[in-house]
Design a protein around this ligand. Structure first.
Ligand code: ZN
Ligand code: ZN
Length: 409
């Protein structure tokens, strides 16, 4: 087992929730300091940035996210997590690196090691950024609002990667809109509570919620053109406490994904219209409350920079190890780092964010052939998500180094 594999196992068995990545950040600080980087910690809570100024040349930002998820691990791995933590609502929850951010941290530490070792071969400035809270709380934006680009050099390019269940050893970036925007909201439908035997004295929020959920599912099929894509998911629905009580209110947790600002505005408008109209149809006397939570923009890979990185990957790994993952309906906040840098510099700071395979190649190939990918291959956020340590880590380290060196003269 290599040092990086040991680091990965250690991170995997000690996952931490968003903004609570204290142990993880401590390890990152230690590793970066030992490598001689100029380290700033505590940016946006637990964010850590290491800077290596190595002569004239472009500034390249490599990004990894550090947070884990409230998932009960069921991978059976020897180094599986048994950790619990208190989440942002005060509940005690199991914690697991179910999105593979432990792989991202490990690969970025490995890439910094390699770039430090080869520092005679390149010039420029390396910025290694480890952000908190990608899954919950918008850690990238929080770092930016905490003065990120006053504390560290503003990059000329932002690079990063995400591990996926596709075959380990493969990688690829989708040019243009690569990942969806997400808008999350909590809708409170206000009714009037009362006795279950006397519905005529109440305004039943359960019926209101049920009708709303069904009608929300017509947005994608009726309001959006067939050539466009969007996802409307009602992921949570809470109301009531007993079978003979009509509740006073119902809460819906909704997430909307979209790939363009036009579709995004249209879908959000439809959600608002349907929620309000269904409440009115139920005779609600108080209009529904809509509270927005997480909102991430569309992740856009700069076409020219993506072509450049992809050509470098092809030269390093061979065309046969590259794939175009297409536009992904998951969402990311890595784009905020490039957008904020663009605003500071006044010229475009491109983003290239690629997908890194982590699945067992034989298992994935069999599932692809049988058409059982969805049923048999655990995706990110699954309690069974267990990327192979190798060749995933080696590939991820090399990909970061190769892409960084494409800009570092
Ligand atoms: Zn995730
Ligand atoms: Zn993730």
């Amino acid at each position: 087992m290599t040092d990086l594999e040991a680091l990965y196992r250690d991170l995997h068995s000690h996952p931490e929730l968003a903004f609570a990545e204290h142990r993880t950040a401590g390890i990152v600080v230690e590793r970066l300091s030992a490598l001689g980087l100029d380290v700033t910690q505590g940016i946006g809570g637990t964010g850590v940035v290491g800077v290596l100024e190595n002569g004239e040349g472009p500034t390249v930002l490599l990004r990894a996210d550090m947070d884990a998820l409230p998932v009960l691990e069921d991978t059976g791995l020897e180094w599986a997590s048994t950790q619990t933590a208190t989440d942002h609502t005060g509940a005690v929850v199991p914690v697991m690196h179910a999105c593979g951010h432990d792989i991202h941290i490990t690969c970025l530490v490995g890439a910094v090691e390699a770039l430090v070792a080869a520092r005679d071969e390149w010039t420029g400035t390396l910025v290694a950024l480890f952000q908190p809270a990608e899954e919950h709380g918008g850690g990238a934006q929080v770092m930016i609002e905490d003065g990120l680009y006053e504390k560290v050099p503003v990059p000329d390019v932002v690079l990063g990667q995400h591990v996926t269940p596709l075959p380990a050893g493969m990688l690829g970036a989708h040019s243009g809109a690569a990942m969806a925007a997400v808008d999350t909201m909590e809708v409170t439908l206000h009714g009037r509570g009362g006795h279950g035997s006397r519905p005529e004295t109440t305004i039943d929020p359960v019926v209101m919620a049920a009708a709303t959920v069904m009608r929300l599912q017509t947005i994608v099929s009726r309001d959006i053109a067939p050539q466009e894509t969007s996802v409307v998911t009602v992921g949570s629905m809470h109301a009531g406490s007993a079978n003979n009580i009509i509740a006073a209110e119902a809460k819906l947790g909704i997430s909307v994904r979209s790939f363009s600002e036009e579709v995004r505005a249209r879908v959000l408008g439809s959600v608002e219209r349907i929620v309000s109209a269904e409440a009115a149809a139920s005779g609600a006397t108080v209009p529904p409350t809509i509270e927005f939570g997480e909102r991430y923009p569309v992740t856009v890979n700069d076409p020219a920079a993506t072509e450049r990185a992809t050509a470098a990957f092809a030269a390093e790994f061979g065309e046969e190890r590259l794939f175009d993952p297409g536009a992904i309906s998951g969402s990311e906040d890595v784009g905020n780092l490039a957008t904020a840098a663009t605003a500071v510099k006044g010229s475009t700071v491109p983003l290239v964010y690629w997908m890194l395979g982590g699945g067992d190649p034989a298992t994935v190939a069999a599932a692809l052939a049988a058409g059982t990918m969805e049923a048999h291959i655990p995706s990110n956020h699954s309690p069974h998500f267990a990327p192979l340590a190798q060749p995933t880590i080696d590939t991820g380290v090399r990909a970061l180094v190769v892409a960084a060196r494409e800009w570092l003269a």
